[in-house]
Design a protein around this ligand. Structure first.
Ligand code: GDP
Ligand code: MG
Length: 455
């Protein structure tokens, strides 16, 4: 959804230059670009104004920390403000009440209400083991009631029948009563939408709301409608005490404006994203992840922070000195790198923070196994000091001895030596810049696995 915004932002944010401090001068052009990018993404104008103002206030005068470039420092601020505009914390449903907890869905026709009822019912059943009943108060289109019945059947939740002869309030009452009698945990009530906000619809859903007294009143809105989404949200929010928003069709080519505007305009959090037509295509909304996605860089910044915190300064200096002494990178250094990587939460911890990695299919992720590090370390531990300093000594019988000593196979030793050689080559390339430069270059090195040449 955010492709264009991401593209524009990442292009412009790189251009912040200067040293030491962020100033009016070195962010002026970039800030203007950010503003244009947001407007183009169909973010509502008042939201854009407020956003740009806050980024500017926060940025000007900010000291750039030593390990970051001004551009990175600026990105950090933009990221934080993006999160803030979307609500910072991820907010789920609050279903704590005397059961059944009633969830009322509201929104325009075609927004994705009925589909979302099915998805949410499935999620509550499977994730939270709730006993879920769904009902349709859409009495204008018989097909709409049938649609919900089919969906409920597909995801294995109970459907409370209704028909077009009934009044929405009657249906709501009957379903609630049934929910109480049969000890349902949750009753989800689907409603009719119109093509536009109109008085009659608002009157009807207000009555249904009064009858049900729901714990959650969710406004369902199509992300593709951009700015309009925010305006419709406002109209519904004025009529009903909404508790949250489901933003649907995020998988389409929406420009992202709705995601950034809805919270600011209604004061209500986005709770879920609809990311496809299938019944499992619903995900809880995390402002921080979406902000990272918009900036197109995973959690690169927190990865940089981890690096700063965990890379042992002395080790790093020793390594840098070694390069100066022209002794080169040996297996001893390789081992200390492996140890540092372990300190940083292992491969999975790091991978999760790299851009694009969150989209990796889980079967690929499963192949990334931290045990590999333990094994690699064991192999190096079984070598003599001389072998570690001069890996070229390690031939046939030495390999066998090392394998036996570390409880591995000769091919594991071979693989480690190959990985080491690749690492050595990479270290040579980085020799010029040292550790600091390596951190600076992190962004350029990922994705594509350049950082872990053996993967
Ligand atoms: P309602 O009128 O608000 O009840 O809307 P529906 O639930 O009937 O959905 C309208 C259309 O949008 C259907 O074709 C759905 O399959 C589609 N739809 C709903 N949610 C999503 C979503 O998150 N992604 C995509 N791609 N399509 C969706
Ligand atoms: Mg519907």
């Amino acid at each position: 959804m955010f492709e264009n915004l991401t593209e524009r932002l990442s292009r412009t944010l790189k251009n912040v230059s200067g040293r030491g401090r962020l100033t009016d001068d070195n962010i002026k052009d970039t800030l203007r670009e950010v503003r244009m990018a947001l407007l183009e993404a169909d973010v509502a104008l008042p939201v854009v104004r407020e956003f740009v103002k806050r980024v500017k206030e926060r940025a000007v005068g900010t000291e750039v920390s030593k390990s970051l470039t001004p551009g990175q420092e600026f990105i950090k601020i933009v990221q934080a403000e993006l999160e803030a505009v979307m609500g910072e914390e991820s907010e789920g449903l609050d279903l704590s009440c005397q059961p059944p907890a009633v969830i009322l869905m509201a929104g325009l026709q075609g927004a994705g209400k009925t589909t979302s009822v099915g998805k949410l019912g499935k999620l509550l059943k499977e994730r939270d083991s709730k006993k879920v009943l769904v009902v349709s108060a859409d009495v204008y289109r018989p097909a709409a009631i049938k649609q919900l019945e089919t969906l409920a059947g597909d995801v294995g939740i109970d459907f409370f029948p209704s028909n077009v002869e009934q009044k929405p309030v009657e249906i709501a009452k009957a379903a609630l009563e049934h929910g109480r009698l049969k000890f349902y945990d949750v009753v989800i009530v689907d409603t009719a939408g119109r093509l536009h906000v109109d008085e009659e619809m608002m009157g009807e859903i207000k009555d249904v709301h009064k009858t049900l007294n729901p714990v959650e009143t969710l406004f369902v809105v199509d992300a593709m409608t951009g700015q309009d989404a925010a305006n419709t949200a406002k109209a519904f929010n004025d009529a009903l005490p909404l508790t949250g928003v489901i933003l649907t069709k995020v998988d389409g080519d929406a420009r992202g404006g709705a995601a950034l505007s809805v919270r600011h305009i209604t004061g209500k959090p986005i709770k879920f994203l609809g990311i496809g037509e299938k019944t499992d295509a619903l995900e809880p909304f995390h402002p921080n992840r979406v902000a990272s996605r918009i900036l197109g860089m995973g959690d690169v910044l927190s990865l940089i922070e981890d690096l700063e915190r965990n890379v042992d300064k002395q080790e790093a200096e020793k390594l840098a000195k070694k390069f100066k002494d022209k002794k080169g990178f040996d297996l001893e250094d390789f081992r200390s790198q492996l140890q540092q990587m372990k300190n940083m939460g292992g491969m999975m911890g790091m991978l999760d923070k790299l851009p694009g990695m969150s989209q990796l299919p889980s079967d690929v992720k499963d192949k990334v196994d931290d045990k590999v590090f333990v094994q690699m370390e064991a192999i190096i531990n079984s070598m003599t000091k001389g072998e570690r300093a001069h890996p070229e000594l390690i031939k046939g019988s030495r390999k066998k001895r090392i394998a036996a000593g570390s409880g591995t196979q000769v091919q594991d030793v071979n693989r480690l030596l190959k990985q080491f050689t690749q690492m050595q080559k990479m270290m040579k390339k980085m020799q010029k810049g040292g550790m600091k430069n390596m951190m600076r270059q992190m962004k350029g090195m990922v994705p594509g696995g350049g950082m872990f040449p053996w993967r």
